[in-house]
Design a protein around this ligand. Structure first.
Ligand SMILES: Nc1ncnc2c1ncn2[C@@H]1O[C@H](COP(=O)(O)OP(=O)(O)OP(=O)(O)O)[C@@H](O)[C@H]1O
Ligand SMILES: [Mg+2]
Length: 506
């Protein structure tokens, strides 16, 4: 009779139930794992054998077959070690069979029988809660599993031997508690930035509505400095967002010590990043930077230095809020609703447009450099601003600029207003104007006749696309929210239009 142990496979951030069936039968001695295992799962055989020996059990010279069902679902990762080892121990009679019934089991084994942490514990624990089951996972993953709920039965032992003792009732391991990550020391503050009033205002608007922002300016103007100060004015994640962000981090193996943080993710990949690193996928299907930036910020510094094909691969997630990875044997979608902040110089030498400067390569300098960023990609950026060099007068000015704390208060108030509006309208999961659908934004940002005229004239003059039209409306709605206005008026539309800097003219 085959022994069965429950575990999971991951499809995107979703955990799919997998049945580990173990059979020990007379015949030619052997150990086979079937059911579409990848290399890490196939190698599990050697780890399991060594860990069992280290725990005082040896495998009999019989025919051992492990089946991972459903057989047509690809199995990736090292977390199948523990369910396989437990199945074998039950089949050998070392552990009572009913002890693990009703538990989802995940964990990797070291050769000495210790349990090493695995990625995906949080989604597995949430799946276990939904199915009214408990979870058995490595000790290091315990506090991560504990986030899934107070009622979840969690067994998180440090080793295979400790697990056997716990199941036998001789030495119990305590239930782990959820842990929060301590907030990082102090974030860089906006108060350190001199001058740059327009850029500071644009950063505030971007933070308030979750809008995409592109800053164009000469070297040393403070673009990277401004972007790195965005986290200090963004509000904390709400519980729903926190769960989504943590699930992605868990799958990617980036939840250090199982501690969750309610700070919004801020990802700043280098411009040499590949498409797989940015969008996800690669040899092993895993979330990319766009998904790790979900509900947070993706900062692309030196935008034109990214490979054009890599930038264009962001077009789809920017629009749909999802990164879809299609492989021959798998198609997964990871959430990727991020806020894009980008910075660039106007040309290769960095100074085009600065009064008194002529590029050595003439007009082509700016055109060639800016041409690396495609039109459709730019069309997705709501706020495009010029960040000129700081004037000497601003640099020597004695008083500091407004600190992040004061700006964060206004941003939080505007975000509260948006979340409350969309909640009242019955649109769950929409918290910002940037995330609202076109139909929804037309409804909530209905401009008065005067501002509608302005918008129509601008749309004709600058030949705004339908997307650009809606994005202007979204920014205008955020401006109204920042000023506490109920309706979108002419100054809001005018300011929103001013942020759509004509790219090639800069
Ligand atoms: N507005 C400013 N206020 C105070 N310091 C500034 C300002 N702008 C630049 N600096 C100083 O210049 C340094 C460089 O700024 P930063 O790296 O942000 O420039 P950048 O615009 O990103 O340039 P590049 O285009 O070369 O990347 C900062 O570390 C800071 O010391
Ligand atoms: Mg920079």
């Amino acid at each position: 009779m085959a022994v069965r142990v429950q575990t999971v496979a991951f499809r995107g951030i979703e955990a799919v139930p997998v049945d580990v069936q173990v059979q020990i039968a007379p015949g030619m001695p052997g150990f086979a794992i079937v059911g579409l295992p990848d290399k890490a799962v196939a190698e599990s055989r050697e780890r399991v054998r060594a860990a069992l020996i280290a725990s005082g059990l040896s495998l009999p010279p019989k025919r051992i077959t492990i089946n991972l069902a459903p057989a047509d679902l690809p199995k990736e990762g090292s977390h199948y070690d523990l369910p396989i080892a437990l199945g074998l121990m039950i089949a050998l009679g070392a552990v009572p069979g009913d002890a693990v019934a009703g538990h989802v089991v995940i964990g990797e084994l070291a050769l000495d029988g210790r349990l090493t942490p695995v990625s995906g514990t949080l989604p597995a624990a949430i799946d276990a809660t939904a199915r009214d089951m408990g979870i058995i996972c490595p000790a290091d993953c315990g506090s991560e599993a504990a986030w899934a709920g107070e009622d979840l039965d969690i067994i998180a032992p440090p080793s295979l031997l400790a697990l056997v003792n716990h199941l036998a009732g001789t030495q119990l391991t305590a239930r782990p508690q959820p842990k929060k990550r301590e907030a990082d020391a102090v974030l860089p503050d906006l108060g350190e930035i001199r001058g740059q009033e327009v850029a500071r205002r644009a950063l505030e608007v971007a933070a308030a509505g979750g809008h995409n922002l592109l800053m164009i300016g000469p070297p040393g103007a403070g673009k990277s400095m401004l972007a790195s100060r965005l986290p200090s004015i963004l509000p904390a994640l709400n519980p729903r967002e926190l769960l989504d962000v943590s699930m992605i981090q868990s799958i990617a193996g980036e939840l250090a010590g199982g501690r969750l943080s309610d700070r919004r993710p801020f990802r700043a990949p280098h411009h040499s990043a590949s498409m797989a690193a940015l969008v996800g996928g690669g040899l092993k299907v895993r979330p990319g930077e766009v998904s790790l930036a979900h509900n947070g910020v993706l900062f692309l510094d030196e935008l034109p230095e990214f490979a054009p094909a890599v930038l264009d691969s962001l077009r789809q997630p920017l629009e749909s809020g999802e990164a879809v990875i299609a492989r021959a044997n798998a198609r997964v979608a990871y959430p990727a609703r991020f806020q894009l902040i980008a910075a660039m110089n106007p040309c290769k030498c960095g100074m085009a447009g600065t009064p008194g400067h002529t590029c050595r390569r003439g007009d082509r300098c700016a055109a060639d450099y800016q041409g690396r960023v495609s039109g459709p990609f730019l069309d997705r950026i709501d706020l495009r601003i010029d960040v000129p060099a700081v004037s000497a007068t601003d640099m020597i000015a004695p008083n500091r600029s407004e600190p992040s704390e004061a700006v964060a208060k206004r941003v939080a108030a505007a975000r509260r207003a948006q979340a409350e509006r969309y909640r009242q309208m019955g649109v769950p999961g929409t918290y910002t104007n940037a995330a609202a659908s076109s139909a929804l934004i037309e409804q909530v940002a209905d401009p008065d006749t005067e501002s509608r005229d302005l918008l129509v004239r601008a749309a004709e003059k600058f030949s705004l696309s339908a997307r650009a039209y809606h994005r202007v409306l979204k920014v205008a709605r955020t401006l109204a929210d920042l000023s506490g206005a109920d309706t979108v008026a002419r100054p809001h539309i005018a300011e929103a239009l001013s942020y759509r800097l004509d790219f090639s003219a800069s």
